[in-house]
Design a protein around this ligand. Structure first.
Ligand SMILES: Nc1nc2c(c(=O)[nH]1)N=C([C@H](O)[C@H](O)COP(=O)(O)OP(=O)(O)OP(=O)(O)O)CN2
Length: 201
């Protein structure tokens, strides 16, 4: 079984080296729609794969990082990157191009790590991200699966969120915690879901 939760963000980018002239040469934006698909090995005590509400914490905060933000490939020139950094508060530097494909891969990559760093407290099974679909326009989307992550060898430390983005997270330290847990420095899962008092056993 698969569940799906939809998120949205308004983002800006340039996709260098693509075939579309407008896309590769001009800064432009899209109203992105992100669909996150989750699976599990069993249903939780509420007979759900994963309560939709639980995706509105860390996962939503990460996706919302891209809202009103400029997403740029770290391969951009230092001059261009410095221009963005000194003239725009919200930006994300990524080791991959900000194409729909790479947004999907990057969001999938982070959600996979977030789920691994989350302590589930309502009898959930092994909750996994099945895929992430990123709609760039009404007519085009890219969908990334875990097996596609093999195309890139990137680490959480290669993705940089600006200070202004981090300041708006419910926990401004969440990305540092995720990096510490993923690298094994932190041994306890940093994201803890609420305990649920059960009425039916
Ligand atoms: N496979 C991909 N192709 C394109 C991407 C992408 O991320 N992955 N991105 C772009 C551009 O960002 C562009 O702005 C969107 O392109 P397109 O779908 O052609 O946009 P239009 O609004 O012109 O499309 P309509 O057909 O009018 O809906 C280009 N390609």
């Amino acid at each position: 079984m698969i569940i799906r939760k939809k998120f949205k963000f308004e983002g800006a980018h340039i996709v260098r080296d693509c075939s579309s002239d407008r896309c590769k040469k001009s800064l432009h934006g899209h109203s992105y729609v992100v669909e996150v698909f989750l699976t599990s090995t069993k249903l939780d005590f509420g007979q759900m794969i994963y309560d939709f509400g639980l995706t509105k914490g860390t996962i939503k905060d990460f996706i919302d990082s891209f809202d009103h933000a400029y997403a740029m490939w770290s391969k951009e020139s230092e001059e261009f990157k410095n221009f963005i950094k000194s003239n725009s508060d919200r930006y994300i530097e990524m080791p991959v191009s900000p194409s729909a494909e790479c947004f999907a891969l990057t969001i999938l990559f982070i959600i996979d790590k977030v789920l691994g760093a989350t302590q589930f407290n309502n009898g959930e099974g092994e909750v996994k991200v099945r895929s992430v679909r990123v709609h760039e326009t009404d007519t085009g989307y890219a969908e990334a699966f875990l097996e596609d992550l093999k195309w890139f060898d990137y680490e959480l430390t290669d993705i940089h969120f600006s200070q202004s983005i981090k300041a708006e997270w419910n926990d401004p330290g969440m990305y540092d915690k995720l990096k510490l847990y993923t690298s094994g420095v932190l041994t306890e899962k940093p994201f803890v879901n609420p305990f649920v008092e059960r009425k039916f056993m």
